[in-house]
Design a binder for this molecule. Sequence first.
Ligand code: SF4
Length: 259
Amino acid sequence: MLSGGKDSTALAIYMRERVPNMEYVFCDTDKELPETYEYLTKLEYFLGKPIIRLKDDRGFDHWLEVFGGYLPSSNMRWCTRLLKMKPFERFIGEAQVRMYVGIRADEDRTAYESTKPNIQTILPFKEDGLTIHDVHRILEESGVGLPEYYSWRTRSGCYFCFFQRRGEWVGLLEKHPDLYEASKAYEKFDATTGKRFTWAQRESLDELAKPERVAEIKKRQEEALEREKKKRTNLPLVEALEEVLNDEDDSQACGFCNF
Ligand code: SF4
């Protein structure tokens, strides 16, 4: 199972020789970053076989309407279920399947566990004790490297994913202003109830994009980065950024989409 992120990509590379007839699957929400699609193509060249891309026919906008405009959130994650899990389970059907997931030994989050008894989840990195350093090494040695979005965002997933940290929203604003605008267009304000439907908690994307707010988020991130670099002098910049982004308390990762 590929998410378009570094861990699942490193796992695909790691498993290539171990399970030669492996099928590689990516569940496409049609709302991924362009860098993710490019990264998948790069991986296809390396693997020498196509990645199977699965989609829900109706797509995000249809389901948003069904949910009355309620944006998905960590408490109501209908997007993962309908746009990723369901197409995957439909594709598997009743076949007995081993699903390899790139959760690392140094992570304590859990992988998606199917309710279908015919899908067995396997975590090779956990079983073999591979950590973040091994992932970076595997990607570097293979020549596949990190995804292009990695300088400003550490996780794969939809461009509007609500699991994004503030710094990553700023990254989207600067790298893909069109996608930032597209994300903003999904936010709503209900004047009758006073209810706000926003991607980030307690803040709309309009508020987050204000120059003074952007400057504040960037300053905080740079300060955290400096602290991290001072704490561990040999830490590569990319890993320091990872530590900083992962330290923010408004973050959680999705065990199906972001790895
Ligand atoms: S990446 Fe985020 S928004 Fe997209 S399906 Fe997964 S949890 Fe939902």
